[in-house]
Design a protein around this ligand. Structure first.
Ligand code: SAH
Length: 226
């Protein structure tokens, strides 16, 4: 069974978007993962298919209704669905490569995209939605966050990347940022490729890369070393 993503959104036209191209798009076409996109508005109320209402207690903006969103969740993810139900939210636990690995190794995910001020708190509790953030900034909707999360997961699905590119040396594995890369030409605008990389000495190259990764991590992301 392939990795299965279900997305609940008010803007289904945003999918697959960038995930229809390149690595993720090829993998989608090859059936290594599947994408099921549902319009929350299909469960909207009345002639105008209303999905939102004004916030209890007053204030700006609109809130997605619990009853409408719950109906949408229940349709794609009935009781017993083994997939985690994720709500894209700036209040969530920040997404990490470790969590991405966990998700990619599982059966897939149900991704709920918020809009407006967010969603009624009761549906988060009532449907066991796990809030996930992609960073400490505010988007206008959860769709770009869902695309980010799926992109990060899909590239780790076995068979999606070539087997040489396991991602084992990439940034955030071993809590390090990746070392610098170079390719031809050997000299460009007076800048040369570091000699060690042309030495053919694989032990020295590995040591140099490790040192560079540690240096970059110390300089830019000391928090990863804690
Ligand atoms: N009023 C909310 C922000 C709503 S932004 C607050 O202050 O917390 C509208 C929607 O965009 C959210 O419901 C969520 O689905 C999505 N979103 C915004 N920023 C996000 C982030 N950093 N990570 C994941 N989703 C985000």
């Amino acid at each position: 069974m392939s990795w299965s993503a279900s997305v609940l959104t008010l803007f289904p036209e945003m999918f697959p978007g960038p995930l229809g191209l390149s690595l993720a798009g090829d993998a989608l076409a090859r059936g290594l993962w599947s994408l099921d996109v549902r319009d929350i508005r299909a469960h909207g109320l009345g002639r105008h298919r209303a999905v939102d209402d004004t916030p209890a207690g007053g204030g700006a903006g609109m809130v997605i209704r619990a009853d409408v969103l719950a109906a949408a969740v229940d349709e794609v993810s009935p009781q017993g669905d083994p997939r985690p139900r994720l709500l894209m939210s700036p209040r969530g636990r920040p997404l990490t490569q470790a969590r991405v690995r966990q998700l990619a190794a599982g059966p897939g995910a149900v991704l709920v995209c918020g809009r407006f001020e967010g969603v009624d708190e009761r549906v988060i509790e009532g449907r066991g939605l796990e809030e996930v953030s992609i960073g400490d900034y505010v988007l206008s909707g959860g769709e770009p966050a869902a695309l980010v999360l799926m992109d990060a997961c899909v590239r780790l699905i076995p068979g999606v990347m070539g087997k040489d590119a396991s991602g084992a040396e990439e940034s955030f594995e071993n809590n390090l940022l990746e070392y610098p890369h170079y390719t031809r030409p050997r000299e460009w605008e007076g800048r040369a490729i570091p000699d060690v990389l042309l030495s053919g000495d694989h032990g020295r190259i590995a040591r140099w890369r490790r040192e560079q990764a540690e240096r970059l991590t110390r300089e830019r992301r000391p928090d990863l070393l804690d």
